[in-house]
Design a protein around this ligand. Structure first.
Ligand code: ACO
Length: 355
């Protein structure tokens, strides 16, 4: 009897494949490395949304006007909440829109606007209106920080959005598919997925990686710090993965993106020393299981170097992943099949004389 659904195939998908043994992430026939750092977010979303949008250029334009629509229609109504709660709150605002049910593009645009608007307000800053002609990555970065990014920053942020867009049947994507299978609609599937993502075991975000780097403080303390942490039975943040038995392929594309920002963060050199110290110590303490860095390690460095506040790491991840959830929800809807797994009853049975 399997609990936790490990190894159970619950869907067939053309969207993404995670190969944990070989350390590969394939998105619609492309290796992640072919896309991240090379394709725009819109191009990758168009690849995932083949049945929904005709051309990436159309998607860029449609997303721009979606952001503007979302901003005009509901951003004044968004309460001052943390980014994830604001995105979950989209459900009520979307339901009040005249063209409900909303389409995929407006939903993705609205997720970004809700996230950026709420985070600015929660930090006591003025929310920034979208700029219709910008690409989604450039505008999201601008709306989050209140200032435009330069080419290197936009490219790094776009690399992150692409690396985060889809990743097999993880907990939030599975949630989106379950809700979509009931024909509840795309918006409900995305809102449910947000709830699954925010738990610390899933999208708990790379914030703890930065906490660890804060605690280590300087490169000369790295070896002793990681040794002591592992000896105490603690987990090194940003190391290990449930599926990957080798290095998480997202870690390398993010590390390459972070390297371009090297001059803008004084933490990257420390992080590299901690990476090496962690790998050495884990190889010694856990010889039977190769533990390498995961996506969260360099996500933390990248978002920090871009001046995204730590509180925004999970919401930014969620806004990027929204495109993947929508693609999976549509794919599930097309099967016309309600997802309804079985459970094994382990409770008491009625006494025979009462039956
Ligand atoms: N630091 C120290 N030891 C570790 C770590 C780590 N980061 N990860 C695993 N181990 C240990 C386990 O305690 C276990 O030890 P044991 O055999 O003595 O009990 C052994 O290595 C094998 O563990 P796994 O079965 O590989 O780990 P599991 O699949 O249960 O957990 C997880 C995966 C939760 C990601 C884990 O590696 C971890 O807690 N990492 C740190 C937190 C983190 O970075 N999370 C983000 C993951 S990426 C993502 O979800 C987007």
């Amino acid at each position: 009897m399997t609990t936790g659904l490990d190894g159970v195939i619950a869907a067939q998908t053309r969207l993404s494949h995670v190969d944990g043994e070989a350390g590969r992430l394939i998105l619609c026939g492309y290796e992640l490395e072919q896309l991240a750092g090379h394709w725009t977010y819109e191009e990758v979303v168009a690849l995932l949304w083949q049945d929904l949008v005709p051309h990436p250029a159309d998607l860029r334009q449609a997303l721009g006007s979606g952001r503007t629509q979302a901003w005009q229609r509901f951003s004044p109504l968004l309460p001052c909440l943390d980014g994830m709660s604001a995105m979950e709150g989209m459900r009520f605002l979307l339901a009040a829109m005249p063209d409900e049910p909303v389409d995929a593009t407006l939903l993705l645009a609205a997720a970004g606007v809700a996230m950026a608007t709420a985070m600015r307000r929660a930090a006591g800053e003025m929310a920034i209106a979208p700029e219709i002609h910008l690409g989604h990555a450039a505008d999201m970065l601008r709306m989050l920080r209140g200032r435009a990014g330069d080419i290197a920053e936009i490219r790094a942020f776009e690399t992150y959005l692409v690396a985060a867009v889809d990743h097999g049947l993880n907990a939030s994507t599975f949630t989106a598919r379950v809700v979509a299978s009931t024909e509840a609609g795309l918006a409900s599937a995305v809102i449910a997925a947000l709830g699954a993502l925010k738990g610390p075991l899933h999208g708990g975000a790379p914030g703890p990686v930065l906490d660890m780097l804060d605690a280590i403080g300087s490169a000369d303390r790295a070896d002793v710090w990681v040794e002591t942490a592992i000896a105490r039975g603690e987990r090194l943040m940003g190391f290990g993965h449930r599926i990957y038995r080798v290095r998480d392929p997202r870690a390398d594309v993010l590390k390459a993106a972070v390297n371009v920002l090297r001059g803008r963060s004084n933490r990257i050199a420390l992080a590299e020393v901690v990476e090496q110290a962690g790998l050495k110590a884990l190889a010694r303490h856990k010889p039977g299981r190769r533990l390498d860095i995961n996506t969260e390690f360099y996500t933390a460095l990248l978002l920090e170097a871009l001046d995204v506040p730590r509180a925004g790491f999970t919401p930014v991840f969620a806004s990027a992943r929204t495109a993947g959830w929508i693609a999976h929800a549509c794919e599930q809807q097309q099967t016309g099949r309600l997802l309804r797994p079985a459970s094994q009853y382990v409770g008491p049975w009625p006494e025979p004389h009462l039956a």
